[in-house]
Design a protein around this ligand. Structure first.
Ligand code: UN1
Length: 507
């Protein structure tokens, strides 16, 4: 197949998928913003940026929708999310194909991303009957004290290209059952999947029958659209996923107006291969975590600390896996590593490799794989003499820095000695090492795993990290609390008015 015929097939495939998913052609043709497929480099569509007036109108409509939606009983709100999950199940193959075309993920990972959406919908449906607060013992007779959780308002969602649809669903599925409305600014690089998800939401809403207009909307555009969400007084919570630089801009602006920020920023995730590690298992865990999604997950494994006793047994096997992995069209069977998102992504990778070399690293792989206008690269394994500056910085590309360690305390200190704190893992069969790693003096990350890599989390746990990762928690556990406001209620069913702390105030 020539490059040209591959290109046209990508654009044609996108058109077919958008049509089947019910996205009106007017939404993805004739606009000023071209949408390129990283698979072929070809322009697939031209979407329309939202004007400031349109963004404002979407937020106002969402706020009006919220005023109605908050009165709908939560289990009934769950029914909308159940219907959304059904639409996603029916559209899984098509939406997965569009994720591949727009974000460049291999088919299995794109389907996994849609599955993650389905999973969070199922989770949110159950949650819609469990948004409970505590009843607390009160010090006063004939009193009751309790907490109630109420809908919060409009949630602004800013998402990144690498999980173009799942991240929206982690936020939106919870927000909808919590009684909130959502306005979504997808990455400029992946607006088509957002339009497709909005079309599926509208199908679910039509089946539900009484969803207020504007409960969910998509606003496409650049930084200024994100800023409009961040600055709008009718948005009490912005959930933003992306770079630490983005978070640094968003966080203080939200703080300035006392709005909530749920930040999901950079990761620089490590793995430790301990003396007792099962090397077969570790090899598979490291390969997926470091090379999967072409190194473009926030949870991607970027730093590997191998015990000196295992280095010569493990690292050559890992190098062989790097050399054998199939890089290419993510739609093709057998491909494990698809393209980088774009040219700046490829250049950042090459720059990091040059910096690593200059710092004494020995680079294996990392070369460009020629595929027309698109940017494919072989994943790179870099043996480093130590954890120098380039290793401490997050480069969103398939680069794994490998280093030796002697003691576990040293490995844990190295793993924690980066600005980011998202995910981490240890491969060990020593129970003491495993427990130490996840203890208070172990990993300082929001996610700490044993005998699995740092990526590929399930939705049931709270997802997020510490330090420059931003501190936010999304998806499972009690993450839903970010999308609601808590009221503490004290009720007096007696005939006297005892004051707390024994205070007297007799009039
Ligand atoms: C991200 O990389 O932006 O744990 C999110 C994982 C996925 C989510 C990653 N469930 O790798």
């Amino acid at each position: 197949m020539t490059v040209q015929s591959k290109i046209s097939s990508a654009a044609a495939e996108a058109a077919g998928v958008l049509d089947r998913l019910g996205v009106a052609p007017a939404l993805w043709t004739g606009g000023s913003r071209p949408v390129r497929s990283p698979v072929t480099g070809e322009v697939m569509a031209h979407v329309h940026d939202a004007s400031p007036a349109q963004v404002g109108a979407a937020i106002e409509a969402a706020h009006t929708a919220f005023l109605t939606w908050r009165n709908v009983p939560a289990p009934r709100r769950g029914e909308l999310v159940r219907l959304l999950g059904e639409e996603l199940r029916a559209a899984k193959a098509d939406l997965g194909a569009l994720v591949t075309l727009e974000a460049g993920k291999v088919t299995s990972e794109s389907l996994g991303e849609v599955q993650e959406m389905i999973d969070i919908c199922d989770y949110a449906v159950g949650l819609s009957r469990q948004l409970f607060g505590l009843t607390v013992a009160t010090e006063r007779p004939d009193h009751r004290m309790m907490e109630t959780w109420h809908p919060l308002g409009v949630v602004g969602i800013i998402s990144a290209f690498n999980f173009p649809v799942a991240v929206w669903s982690w936020n939106a599925a919870l927000a909808f059952v919590c009684g909130d409305a959502c306005v979504w600014k997808p990455s400029e690089k992946t607006p088509l999947t957002a339009l497709a998800v909005q079309a599926l939401f509208e199908r679910a809403a039509a089946k539900f029958g009484e969803v207020p207009a504007g409960l969910s909307s998509v606003v496409i555009g650049g930084r200024e659209v994100g800023e409009a969400l961040v600055d709008h007084p009718k948005i009490p919570l912005v959930s933003a996923t992306g770079s630490t630089a983005m978070g640094r801009a968003v966080g203080p602006r939200l703080a300035g107006r006392f709005a909530r920020a749920l930040l999901e920023l950079g990761g620089n995730n490590a793995g430790i291969i301990a003396p007792s590690a099962d090397l077969d298992l570790a090899l598979r865990g490291v390969a997926f975590a470091a090379m999967g999604t072409a190194g473009q997950r926030c949870t991607t494994l970027r730093r590997l600390f191998v015990h000196e006793s295992q280095y010569d047994a493990f690292v050559p096997r890992l190098k062989a896996a790097y050399a054998s992995v199939k890089v290419g069209d993510p739609r093709a069977a057998g491909t494990l590593v698809g393209p980088l998102i774009d040219e700046p992504g490829f250049k950042a990778m090459q720059q990091a490799l040059a910096d690593a070399k200059a710092a004494g690293g020995s680079v294996h792989g990392g070369d460009r794989v020629e595929m027309g206008e698109a940017f494919y690269a072989r994943p790179a394994l870099v043996e480093m003499p130590g954890q120098v500056e380039v290793v401490k910085r997050e480069t969103f590309a398939p680069i794994l820095y490998v280093m030796k360690y002697r003691t576990l305390d040293e490995a844990i200190a190295l793993q924690n000695d980066v600005p980011q704190g998202l995910s981490s893992s240890i491969f060990t069969n020593d129970m003491r090492e495993a427990e130490l790693f996840i203890s208070a003096r172990g990993s300082d990350c929001g996610i700490a795993n044993v005998n699995i890599g740092p990526s590929g989390a399930e939705i049931g746990g709270a997802f997020g990290g510490e330090k420059e990762t931003g501190g936010g928690r999304e998806a499972g556990s009690d993450s839903w609390k970010a999308y609601m406001r808590r009221a503490t209620n004290t009720l007096n069913y007696g005939k006297t008015l005892p004051l707390a702390q024994g205070v007297t105030f007799d009039v």
